[in-house]
Design a protein around this ligand. Structure first.
Ligand code: DI6
Ligand code: FE
Length: 401
């Protein structure tokens, strides 16, 4: 079915940057964009259907490129403690933090995890998401990491959203390996990754490079194994301290390095050279009351692509709105609304290795877009959350939301 969508303006993100066509038209067919341009130039195609978008602003479907949306329990008790002055690192050292979510996730059935994650993903979808990345990392053993990744895949099958899975087995040290981090890394490399990859459950491999998690040398072993298996890598780096994980990520052509508050200019140069996307996570920055800002000037100066994501997780960013992250990216990190929008479309797609097919509205790319009833694209970053009136088109078909 060929559809002509008209009476709209489009923030296309074509050509690798924020770009706009006013009074535009889009022709979709077979789930792809067949043509896009000014309405006056529409080619004489035989459309099966013509849709009037009522003067809407069209953007690519939003992409959340960093989430931990599948987990058991929640950590609002730790939130209360942190408000009393207990730090994230102290909580982790006392057996709380990630370890407490690991206990809850191991105890939950696959169906229970699916039901709670579905609610969270549906909440995110109310912001116009058509694609989401979901990490494992609260199982930390083969059976439970598999359970999480299967839930992530099932979310992509049962909801109208594309899901990319990331194996984050190197997120924290499970209790059964206490004091034996190198042995756990060996277990990841020799058992978990090969098995989970063979089962088709892994699109990318991630790790947490931090004093309270894994060292650069340990992360590197995981990266080497991922490459052996033909899988791209990404990294949680420079969130709480500077270990130059982002430079390590760049050496392994990582799709992205994420967080980055403590990164240096040298790290930015390495990332720019490798084409590694900087994924900024203002929800975690805000929730932990972090004060060290990511080095925006260095990132811009060296031409690093900047994406924004929710980091949806129970410990440091229980964020259920990607549009709220647009606002926080602008308010907290001094991004422009245009940079923020590129960060949840164009650059988010690249951070997932999907830049050839997603993230901008260009001929040949997938027809995933949102028609927003707003006056200006900046309105998307302006409102502090809430639901904006919109129509969601996925693979060329309007879906209800
Ligand atoms: N950085 C984060 O922000 C999350 N994981 C990570 O490596 C936090 C995960 C959690 O606290 O549950
Ligand atoms: Fe994270």
């Amino acid at each position: 079915m060929r559809t002509l969508w008209q009476h709209c303006h489009v923030a296309t993100m074509a050509g690798g940057r924020y770009s706009v066509i006013e009074d535009a038209a889009i022709v979709t067919s077979a789930g792809l964009i067949e043509w896009i341009g000014p309405r006056d130039d529409v080619p004489p195609v035989a459309a099966d259907r013509i849709v009037d978008l009522g003067g809407a602003w069209v953007t690519p479907g939003l992409i959340d490129c960093h989430t931990h949306a599948v987990f058991g329990g929640n950590r609002s008790g730790e939130f209360e403690q942190r408000l009393q002055g207990v730090s994230y690192a102290e909580t982790a050292a006392q057996g709380g933090g990630i370890a407490s979510t690991v206990r809850a996730t191991r105890a939950a059935s696959e169906d229970e995890l699916f039901a709670s994650a579905r609610q969270r993903v549906q909440a995110l979808m109310r912001d116009g998401l058509t694609c989401i990345e979901i990490k494992s990392g609260y199982g930390l053993d083969l059976a439970c990491e598999r359970k999480m990744l299967r839930v992530a895949r099932r979310l992509g099958e049962e909801l109208p959203i594309s899901v990319r899975t990331t194996c984050l087995a190197a997120h924290a040290l499970p209790p059964e390996y206490a004091g034996r981090a190198d042995d756990y890394i060996s277990h990841i490399c020799e058992q978990m990754l090969p098995v989970l990859a063979a089962e088709g459950l892994v699109d990318a491999v991630d790790a947490f490079c931090e004093h309270l998690a894994f060292s650069p040398a340990q992360v590197e072993r995981v990266f080497i194994k991922a490459h052996e298996l033909g899988l791209p890598v990404k990294l949680h780096a420079e969130q709480l301290s500077s270990l130059h994980g982002s430079s390590l990520a760049a050496r392994y052509q990582a799709l992205s390095a994420d967080h980055l508050e403590f990164m240096t200019e040298e790290d930015a140069i390495a990332m720019a050279k490798a084409g590694t996307v900087a994924v900024l996570l203002p929800g975690a920055f805000y929730f932990l009351r972090e004060t060290q800002l990511p080095p925006m000037d260095a990132l811009r100066r060296h031409g690093v692509k900047i994406a924004l994501a929710t980091d949806l997780n129970p410990g440091t960013s229980p964020g259920l709105s990607l549009r709220l992250m647009l606002n926080m990216g602008c308010t907290l990190f001094r991004m422009t609304p245009e940079e923020a929008l590129a960060g949840v479309t164009l650059h988010a797609a690249t951070a997932l290795g999907m830049g050839d097919s997603h993230g901008s509205l260009e001929e040949g790319k997938v027809a995933d877009f949102i028609a927003w009833q707003i006056d200006r694209p900046a309105d998307l970053a302006y409102w502090l959350g809430g639901e904006l009136p919109k129509r969601v088109v996925r693979l060329g078909h309007e879906i209800s939301n």
